[in-house]
Write a protein that binds this ligand. Sequence first.
Ligand code: HEM
Length: 297
Amino acid sequence: MATPQAGLFNEPGRSAQYLEYQFNNATDQDIRSALKAAAAPVEGAAILFAFSKHTWERLGPGWTPSGLQDFTALSSAKGHVMPATQRDLFVWIVGEDRGDIMNAVVQVTQALEPLAELVLDLDGFKTRDARILTGFVDGTGNPGTDEKKRAAALIPEGEQGAGGAFVLGQKWTHRLEPFLNLSVVAQEKIIGRTKETNIELEGAELPPESHVGRTDIDVEDVPMKMYRRGTPYGGGSDKGLYFLAFACDMGRFTHVIDSMLGKTDGVTDAMMDYSDALTGSYWFMPSQEDLDSMLAG
Ligand code: HEM
């Protein structure tokens, strides 16, 4: 049984750093050595690595998980855009204490600086009650048990890449002022859950254009469940959500994104009228065994 990278399922993960890298013309061996140094244990922080298709094909053991692809730019008929900024390497540092996270950030950036450009560098945090900056609770629709989380997130045994996961990372910036100026009832219709009490709007109460209406979908009777671990980021000026999700199959991402963009029925996700995607990358997060064999060369 392959082992997922340590920390993937450690919740809540109140503190995080999201690092996206582009390699310069370093050799494969230099990259492997730098990754080994970056991966050394740091107390209180999990350091997880995921790779673009191109990078895994370059450094990996000669196979690629079925369906792995680069993120491509997408848009809706209403003019929403999801830009593609596919990068080579994603490093997710997660834990509870900001100081522990920063110790890991120093280690990782020291190791990778000579051979890769740090293209995205975001600090993430969780509020006490898991509310994101719009004031809504995030994560409730995640699979409820450890077993269901693993089933949604991990490539199943018997498939290439088993114990690893497909990953989607997107930085979204909020246009908070117009959103928060709406009545709470109007905000709830956009999200598809009540704000204070965090109850899903049911049946006819759930607008088809609400975020939950667009993302809680089945395809051929299979629920497109994913395991979401993104958090808010930001400060006084730019603020939003780094969307980070893990899935057992690439189709979970592509079907849900198509639904948000109205590709299936022309209905777009109302949440996108108040938040803009600024980046988009797909990665493969190998199991610990596959990562170790890749690092061994
Ligand atoms: C600004 C960006 C986003 C924000 C603020 C946001 C926020 C939320 C909130 C508040 C919920 C309801 C609570 C919960 O179940 O966690 C939710 C649910 C969900 N979101 Fe998002 N989300 C964003 C982007 C995305 C994207 C890009 C995807 C997929 C590609 C996505 C997939 C989902 C899914 C699958 C659910 C659970 C639906 C269910 O089964 O009930 N979200 N999101």
